[in-house]
Structures are given as structure tokens and as C-alpha cells.
Write a protein that binds this ligand. Structure first.
Ligand code: SAH
Ligand code: SF4
Length: 362
């Protein structure tokens, strides 16, 4: 079986032509999938029933995720869904909305590219689960379409996609790229390439490959430390020289694509939040033209905590004084365990989500 959500518009043209259908049928299918959000082959009623039968016989299918659980934050701006994807993985996907004056809200979907993750970052709930499986492109796209269907009745739509959910996108490289192309193809989901950001813990060769894809997507590199000894404590799978290698790969990415690279730095109390570490990071990044996103740690089951507010402010000030652009990322959805690094799918997640909801009700 091949999912219709996996085929590029060109591949769909060829497939339907091979089934003897005229050219415009592919556009009807694409409109059904991406504009109208239809979730089964039979719902695409513009197609003659006989063509739908031939498509099915030819091994084409359209299935949607089952929603196992969905929780919204108290302000309604963050929604987390636990989705059982047609390909077999169960993952968490998050919608974050940012109100904008006189316009529809910015609506960003944070997609998962793997169930679990092999990189093992010690502060990340997904990393602590270990690796389960890769998610195929159609199931990455399906996560976006799930939220698109939620927004459409309100005349809103998904405006941005960030590959910052569960998993390491560049460790599932081909499926990630296929999903990016589907999400940004004007005949498919049709987002601007600039509205897509891929976040990676850093596989330098894969960053170079991404730079060569002729895509204008944003790249975020999760650095978390100014030196290799500390980075390897936090990201146990990191290579001995990963700090330098990643910054060099980031520079090459910028040269090749013209897109500024951002550096993500999860701030952890007493681990990587000291003023000396901010100075070291400032020296490392000065003149690199990279923007730093400081993410005060979101709580997970691990022993780590977020620094105090003034400690975060000082860290940022030191960077700014060193000439490095830095912002503190306002994390949405922490109360429903929907923020960066909090996504996981086992039964612990269910009870954590339950306890986060309880105060709101009482
Ligand atoms: N695997 C990719 C993308 C998914 S993680 C990566 O690591 O970049 C998305 C972001 O969340 C990364 O920057 C990651 O370091 C960060 N993150 C993970 N756990 C976190 C936590 N508990 N608190 C804050 N940020 C966290
Ligand atoms: Fe994987 Fe990213 Fe979590 Fe590290 S932070 S374990 S790379 S998902």
C-alpha cells in the first residue's frame, strides 16, 4: 500500500496517468487532500467511483491518524494531540497559536519525525525513551493535516511548521525531506519554504546534505554548551569535536542557502547557565551571524531544573554584550507537557497530562 500523502504531485500525475486517468484528476486528488482536508479516498467524491476502485486496486490508500488524546492549554493557544499514525507509530504533535493584531493567528505545528530518539539527550523526555521507529513522510504530513482540519472550520490555517517534536529529523533524513517538499509544494500543502524550520541536534554531514537540497528552510542547531566536554554530558551521542563541526556546518548552510541559522540552547540550572559559560558562548559565536534561542529547561522526569529568571536574563545580557543576538524563547504549553523536550508517549505521559489538567478543573 502506498499512501496518497506520500506522493509528490509529479509522482501522482504519473501514477494516475498509468491508471488511465486524465491529467486533471491528479489536481482533484491534491485539492481533496491538501485544500479540503479529506481523510479517505471515498471522500474525494469528484473522482468517479470506478477510478477510486482502480486506485485502491493499484495499492493507493488514504488513511488518517486516530486521535488517542487531545488536550488544550488553559488559554486555548496550545493544543497537544497524541496521534496513532496509519504507519503504526504513536507520537505527540503540538499546535501553537500566536495571536496577531488584525489578522488570523500565527498557527505553528510542531511535528514529530521519530517515535522516541536515539540521540539520548539527558534532559529530553523523548531522548530518555530511546529509539522506537522512524516516521514516514506521509505520517509527518498527516500530523500537519490533523491540525489543519481543526483550524479550517474557524477559517484559520497552519502558517508554520517546525520539526521540533519527537525525534531527530536528520536521522530520518529522506522522509524528513520528502515531508518538507510536500508541505512546501504549491500543488500540495503549499507553505512557503521560509515558514518551515528543521531543528537538529547536529549531524554535520546531514546538514551539508540539507544545504544542497535547494530548499529555503530555516535551520536550528541544538548546541546547549560552549565546549565539547559539557556538550557530551548533555548529548551523550555527540562526537568529540561536535561544537566546532556544527558551527562550521551552520556557516556552510548559511552560505549555501542565505538562511540565517539559529542556535538553540536549553538553559539548565547549575549545568550550562553560568556567566562564564555565557562568555564562552559569546566568544564562540561572535561574528558568526547566528541567532541564539535560549530555552529555559522544561521540566521532565529527569533531575534537571530551569534557572531562575534573573540567571536567564544575565545569560542573555552577556551574549548581547558580546555582540551575539539572543532571545529567550517563550515556551508555550509547558503546563500540558507540550513544550520542547516534553513530548513522550508512554503511560507516564498520560498521568503527567492528567495531573496538569487537574488544577484547571478544580
Ligand atoms: N531532535 C531535534 C529536534 C527535536 S527537540 C533537536 O534536538 O534539535 C527540539 C528542541 O527542544 C531542541 O532544541 C531540544 O534541545 C529542545 N529540548 C529538548 N528537551 C528539552 C527540555 N526538557 N527543555 C527545553 N528544551 C528541550
Ligand atoms: Fe532527540 Fe532532540 Fe530529544 Fe536530543 S533533544 S533526545 S536529539 S529529540
Amino acid at each position: 500500500m502506498t499512501s496518497l500523502l506520500r506522493l509528490s504531485p509529479g509522482e501522482l500525475d504519473e501514477t494516475l496517468t498509468a491508471l488511465g486517468a486524465p491529467r486533471y484528476r491528479a489536481d482533484q486528488v491534491l485539492q481533496g487532500l491538501y485544500r479540503r482536508g479529506l481523510d479517505s479516498l471515498d471522500a474525494i467524491t469528484q473522482l468517479p467511483g470506478e477510478l477510486r476502485d482502480r486506485m485502491r486496486e493499484g495499492g493507493l490508500a488514504l488513511e488518517s491518524p486516530a486521535v488517542l488524546r487531545e488536550v488544550a492549554s488553559d488559554d486555548g493557544e496550545t493544543t497537544k494531540a497524541l496521534l496513532a499514525l496509519p504507519g503504526g507509530a504513536t507520537v505527540e504533535t503540538v499546535l501553537m497559536q500566536y495571536p496577531q493584531a488584525d489578522r488570523h493567528p500565527r498557527s505553528t505545528v510542531c511535528v514529530s519525525t521519530q517515535a522516541g530518539c536515539a540521540m539520548g539527550c539527558v534532559f529530553c523526555a523523548t531522548g530518555q525513551m530511546g529509539f522506537e521507529r522512524n516516521i514516514p513522510a506521509e505520517d509527518i504530513v498527516a500530523q500537519v493535516l490533523h491540525f489543519q482540519r481543526l483550524l479550517a472550520p474557524r477559517s484559520e490555517h497552519v502558517t508554520n511548521v517546525v520539526f521540533m517534536g519527537m525525534g531527530e529529523p536528520l536521522a530520518n533524513y529522506d522522509e524528513t525531506i520528502r515531508a518538507v517538499r510536500l508541505l512546501t509544494d504549491p500543488r500540495a500543502f503549499g507553505l512557503a519554504q521560509r515558514a518551515v524550520t528543521v531543528s537538529t541536534v547536529g549531524i554535520p554531514r546531514a546538514i551539508d546534505r540539507l544545504a544542497g537540497e535547494d530548499l529555503q528552510v530555516g535551520l536550528a542547531i541544538s548546541l546547549h554548551a560552549p565546549d565539547d566536554a559539557l556538550r557530551r554530558r548533555l548529548v551523550p551521542t555527540a562526537r568529540p569535536n561536535s561544537v566546532r563541526e556544527l558551527l562550521e556546518a551552520g556557516r556552510r548552510y548559511f552560505r549555501a542557502t542565505g538562511r540565517r541559522v539559529s542556535i538553540e540552547y536549553a538553559l539548565i540550572e547549575g549545568v550550562n547557565d553560568a556567566p562564564e559559560q555565557a562568555h564562552a558562548l559569546g566568544r564562540l559565536l561572535r561574528g558568526a551571524g547566528m541567532h541564539v534561542n535560549l530555552i529555559p529547561l522544561n521540566p521532565t522526569a529527569g533531575p534537571f531544573a530551569a534557572p531562575s529568571r534573573h540567571r536567564v536574563r544575565d545569560f542573555r545580557r552577556i551574549l548581547t554584550e558580546a555582540g551575539v543576538n539572543a532571545t529567550v524563547r517563550i515556551e508555550k504549553g509547558a503546563e500540558i507537557a507540550a513544550a520542547c523536550g516534553q513530548l513522550r508517549t508512554d503511560s507516564d505521559a498520560a498521568s503527567a497530562a492528567g495531573s496538569a489538567e487537574a488544577p484547571a478543573q478544580g
